[in-house]
Structure formats: C-alpha cells, structure tokens
Design a protein around this ligand. Structure first.
Ligand SMILES: [Zn+2]
Length: 426
C-alpha cells in the first residue's frame, strides 16, 4: 500500500455522560455513568483506525472514543465475526431464501419446504457435483450446498440471467463513498421514527453522524481485478439497497485493511417484513469474502460494533458465529461462547484474567507521567499546509499544564504503540 497519510488527533480525554443502554425505555438517565475517553480526528488513516478498533475504539462521525470498561456502567465489548468461517444458521438462510423468493416471484410466505432454488441459481455447478465431478442427482432428497456469496447475489438484477423469466421486482445493491443526499436523509428519518420513535431529525445530525468521517480514503491494494460491485478504496462507504428504484435500506460501512466494519444500518418501515437487518450481516460477510478473493489477503472479518451483554436488544450481534469479543485488558480476541458464561456472572469481565472481573464500577487513577518523559509523543501544528511536529516534552509549560490531564487519559487509552504513531493537536 502507498504510505499512509498522517493521523492527527485531538485529545479530549476523560468524558462522562448519561447512558442510553441501562435507562428504562423513554427515560433519560440523569446520572453520568457512561465513561469514555474521546479523541476526535482531524484526519485518520484507515490503517491507524484498524489498530484503534483492535484496541476497543470506535468512531461516530469524526469523533473517536473508547469506553473505560471497568468504570462505565454498561461495558461495551468490540465483537467481530470470522467472515471466512461464518456459517449462517438455518434461520438466517431461510430469511435470505425468503427474501430472494419475494424479489423473484413476490412470494414471501414462511414455507420452509421451498427454501431452495426458486430464486435463481443458488447452488453453483461446481457445488452440485460430487468430489469426483459426478453429478449427484436422484436418490433421497438432494442435500442443498449453501454458498453465501451466490445466495446473497442470487436475486440481484445484475445476477439474473437474461434467459431467465424476469423477476417481479428489480433488486439492486451498490456501494459508494459516504455522501449526503435528500433520499438517504428521508430513509433515516423514517427509520428513526419507526424503530427509535424519535422525531424531528435534522439533516445536519444525519450528516454529522453517518456521512461525515475522519477516515482518509486510500486505494485498496487488490492483487486481482476487483469485480464491479466492490469498493476500490478503504474508507467510509454507503451501501444502498434499492427495490424497483426505491431506496429501501442503507448500510454505513468502514472498509479497513482487515475488516468490513459495520457502523449503522437503517431500513424503510415499508420493507420491515424482509428482515433486511438480519440479511445485512450476511451481505457484509459476503463482501469481506469477495474483497479477500480479489486479492486482499488481510481481509478476514466483519466488525459488528460493540456487544453489550447487559442490554438485551444489543445481544443479537451474538447470533452470527463464529464471533469473538475483545479482551479489555490484553486486547486479544476470545470466542464469544467462552465469554458468555462469565458475562452472565459479572458486570465487568476480563477474559484473559478472569480474577479481574467485578460487579462494582471502579475508577482507576490516572497514571501521571512527566512532560520530560514524552520525547516520542508528538504535538503538531499545520503551517502553510505543512505538518510541523515537535515532541510533547518541548511544548511550553503553560500549554502542558492546561492539556496534560486530557492527553494522559488519551495516551493511556491508545497504548504506547499508537501514541507514538499519531500526531496530537490541542
Ligand atoms: Zn449503562
């Protein structure tokens, strides 16, 4: 890959706010129990963001934050799905077949006996044949071989053979760099109204939350020619789902070196019966596989954001297997199945060292570091469009005094390696 652009972070440090997860529905908590460290980015390379998400960070627009896990009321564990080993459950496959049937024939009934090939070719020729190439016809009911990538695309207008009867609906999925449009905003308003019961969303909040990004796009170093539906750059994208030309759903996705990271998914209330939210995770896994197949070896995962065990409605993220949670102390990944029994027992769980798990919240003391020690942490200014960096150990005592607490919290959350590779601005 070409050299990554520099990352410039602001260090907001320690932040406490009200929690949207543990308050009863419709009741806004008055106590600030949700604790994070914040570091908005002026610009953030996709490689650096990959390192940050692997240390428990997440972005919302241009604002990056890491929950302080032992201190926050509802610990948020990053969760990732192995896209290559992912095997959809019977229920997930049924939802996909049902959707494909609906597009092709308008039939959206729950009939599990016809969950096979009514919607375009779902089993590939290679898969239909046995190991030695013999066609496995007749005898017993034929065992369906499931191909995720083929099943995902089966009902798309671009996949249906011109010789097949035309489908009842025209289904199209496209991916493009994130940008604001009226049409996307209308979908967002409808989704907020029906799913979150929230009114009066403004275009600016949608733009800030789901269009704006600090990620700097960079070409994906494919070694093969990517197919027409694949992104050509790392960075923030909108994946648009259209039925008969109407925008029915949209995923906000960060395409990073090792993963497709799901930021948000929204769908039109009119198409709720299609279970598009469930299907979007299958589509993201298929996308990661296709990017990998086009020659990006590092592309292996779908990141599904945070898994919050204490919040029932966020547990659906654990329905896709095999998936893994990030350990809040060692930053290694642990299989979700081994994490769940511990999460049932304690509010805060450390998978790498279960004796650190606890039920009460704790506020670890800020590790004070001397300014003179920070010779390899860089403060930067932009002069005449050129980045001028000086070691933090050399900034004025007055500036240090004013910003050091925020900076030390941020350095602690980033860890020593990332701290040395980014530039800070106050
Ligand atoms: Zn909470």
């Amino acid at each position: 890959m070409s050299e990554a652009p520099p990352t410039i972070l602001l260090s907001y440090g320690y932040r406490a706010s009200t929690c949207g997860y543990c308050s009863p529905p419709g009741v806004r908590s008055q106590t600030e129990t949700s604790v994070t460290v914040g570091a908005p980015a002026l610009q953030l390379s996709c490689e650096m963001y990959q390192k940050m998400v692997d240390r428990g960070w997440r972005r919302s627009g241009t604002y990056n934050y890491q929950p302080r896990m032992i201190e926050t009321c509802c610990p948020q564990y990053p969760i990732r799905l192995d896209a290559h080993k992912f095997e959809p459950t019977r229920n997930q496959r049924k939802a996909l077949y049902r959707f494909n049937r609906f597009v092709v024939s308008g039939d959206s009934t729950e009939d599990s006996n016809t969950m096979d090939t009514t919607a375009a070719p779902i089993v590939s020729d290679a898969e239909k044949k046995g190991k030695n190439g013999a066609s496995s016809v007749k005898s017993k009911p034929r065992k369906q071989v499931f191909s995720l990538v083929e099943a995902i695309h089966a009902s798309e207008a671009t996949s249906i053979s011109p010789s097949s009867p035309p489908p009842l609906h025209k289904f199209e999925v496209t991916i493009e760099p994130a940008s604001y449009t009226e049409e996307k905003f209308e979908l967002y308003k409808d989704y907020q109204h029906h799913v979150h019961k929230e009114e009066e969303k403004k275009p600016s909040s949608f733009d800030r939350f789901l269009c704006d990004t600090c990620l700097v796009p960079q070409n994906i170093p494919y070694t093969n020619t990517p197919g027409p539906g694949l992104p050509t750059q790392y960075g923030t994208h909108h994946q648009l789902y259209r039925i008969d030309g109407e925008l029915v759903a949209m995923s906000v996705l960060d395409i990073l070196p090792n993963c497709v990271s799901g930021v948000y998914f929204m769908y039109s209330s009119k198409w709720e019966h299609c279970q598009l939210g469930k299907l979007s995770v299958l589509r993201e896994a298929a996308l990661a596989r296709e990017i990998h197949a086009a020659g990006l070896d590092s592309m292996k995962w779908v990141y599904l954001g945070f898994y919050i065990h204490s919040c029932q409605k966020m547990r659906y993220k654990g329905d896709y297997a095999p998936s893994y949670l990030l350990d809040p102390e060692s930053y290694e990944w642990y299989p979700l199945e081994t994490c769940k029994p511990l999460l049932d027992k304690h509010r805060y769980v450390c998978f790498s060292n279960p004796s650190h798990s606890c039920d009460e919240t704790k506020k670890p003391a800020l590790i004070k570091r001397k300014q003179s020690e920070l010779t390899d942490v860089m403060y930067c200014q932009v002069r005449n469009r050129t980045l001028v960096a000086i070691p933090m150990s050399q900034i004025s005592a007055e500036v240090w005094k004013r910003y050091s607490d925020d900076l030390l919290y941020t350095l602690d959350a980033l860890g020593p390696h990332i701290s040395r590779e980014v530039f800070f601005k106050f």
